[in-house]
Design a protein around this ligand. Structure first.
Ligand code: LLP
Length: 377
């Protein structure tokens, strides 16, 4: 873990708000996943953090990519990935995504029956199964429920599989991804059990892709054992698509205290908020807060951002050593879906991102206001 002194040094050198990544923790996360899922192929869900330096690191380590947009496919190409390394996924793929994915030789994750008419001839395909299960995560993060927009409902899977085969596509297997930030292993057990029910209806398969979704505290080896068992039912190779598990713990958002204020509650006002880290507002996510100062006395407060929105609060009821303007806080576990979901709302430039790998390396420079309006008249 990066020390307080290292984090303060980064804030002083590069300014705040700032995303900081620890290379040794990135490598440790990959090795945790590789150890648990030792016989599986790993495709990184780059939506979690698509920074090119990170993608290069994973590509060099033999990790493939799950891509859900033309831009993500372009990133994969940019770091040298080939079709063998690519999954093209998404509930509403564009014509260009089909064309480019096919030209590269990527494997498509088919999300609905009517994609059959859209896939280029002889495409490689997995069929995404909607297992129709309630999952213990935030509603916005659950993707395997019967009412979710994702996947083919269980009853429709055999027909889609056989239609793909009949149409001459290379139907490689099935796919499931039930949601994100899931801590309860029973959710995965239930989903994999539903997949196994399809074995008599679809036959043996080359691949079973069980997605990602593992919360930061999830028992990876337990989930892996279940996944391996499900793959064996089909005689299939196991594929996985972790996002968060590979990057969350390595990333920290540094933000400076701009001032203090009390209304009906006590606020510490920060120079980062929903535009830099949307997760607390969108999912009620709780990122551990670390104060990078010591001072006599403590205070319980809410950490609020600069946006003119009441929901722009990064953390509530946090006990901190008495804060003063200029102090720096670290919001931890922010390596996944932090920088990736930052926005230019309020014409706020996206923060710089730096990587500690024995020395600081800027992996994304701070955006300028001019870059934000560059495409405008
Ligand atoms: N595979 C598929 C098909 C996915 O849709 C996702 C995430 C993943 C893999 C990776 O899931 P992970 O291992 O990272 O949980 N913005 C939200 C997370 C949305 C995840 C969307 N799909 C957040 O900040 O928590």
């Amino acid at each position: 873990m990066l020390t307080d002194a290292q984090l303060l040094d980064a804030a002083a050198q590069f300014g705040t708000p700032l995303y900081v990544y620890d290379a040794s923790e990135l490598d440790a996360a990959l090795s945790r996943v590789q150890t648990a899922f030792h016989d599986a192929r790993i495709f990184y869900a780059m939506k979690a953090n698509p920074n090119l330096s990170l993608l290069r690191r994973w590509h060099t380590a033999g990790v493939g990519f799950e891509c859900v947009s033309l831009g993500e496919i372009a990133r994969a190409i940019k770091v040298g990935a080939s079709g063998h390394d690519l999954l093209v996924n998404g509930p509403a793929k564009s014509g260009e995504e089909y064309r480019l994915g096919f030209d590269l030789g990527a494997t498509f994750i088919v999300d609905r029956a009517s994609e059959l008419e859209l896939l280029p001839p002889h495409s490689k395909a997995l069929v995404r199964v909607n297992p129709g299960l309630d999952v213990s995560t935030h509603d916005h993060l659950a993707t395997g429920a019967a009412i979710s927009k994702f996947g083919v409902p269980m009853g429709g899977v055999p027909a889609v599989v056989s239609a793909l085969r009949t149409a001459g596509h290379d139907l490689r297997g099935l796919h499931v991804h039930i949601g994100s930030a899931i801590e309860n292993p029973d959710d995965f057990t239930a989903a994999f059990a539903r997949l196994s029910e399809l074995r008599p209806l679809v036959g043996g398969l080359e691949v079973l892709d069980v997605g990602g979704g593992w919360g930061q505290g999830a028992d990876l080896s337990g989930i892996a054992a279940q996944a391996r068992h499900a793959a064996a039912v089909f005689g299939a190779a196991l594929w996985v698509e972790p996002g968060r598990a590979l990057v969350a713990s390595a990333g920290t958002l540094l933000s400076q205290v701009v001032g203090l204020k009390s209304t009906g509650r006590d606020f510490v006002l920060l120079d980062a908020g929903m535009t830099e880290l949307l997760r607390p507002m969108l999912y009620g996510a709780e990122h551990p807060v670390r104060a990078l100062w010591t001072r006599g006395g403590t205070q319980v407060c809410d950490l609020a951002g600069p946006a003119c929105e009441s929901g722009d609060v990064l953390a509530r009821d946090v006990r901190l050593p008495t804060p003063l303007r200029g102090d720096v806080v670290a919001l931890q576990g922010a390596g996944a879906y932090g920088a990736a979901m930052s926005s230019n709302y309020l014409t706020r430039p996206r923060p710089a991102e730096v990587l500690w790998d024995g020395e600081w390396r800027v992996v994304r420079r701070r955006e300028s206001v001019e870059e934000i309006w560059a495409g405008e008249e």
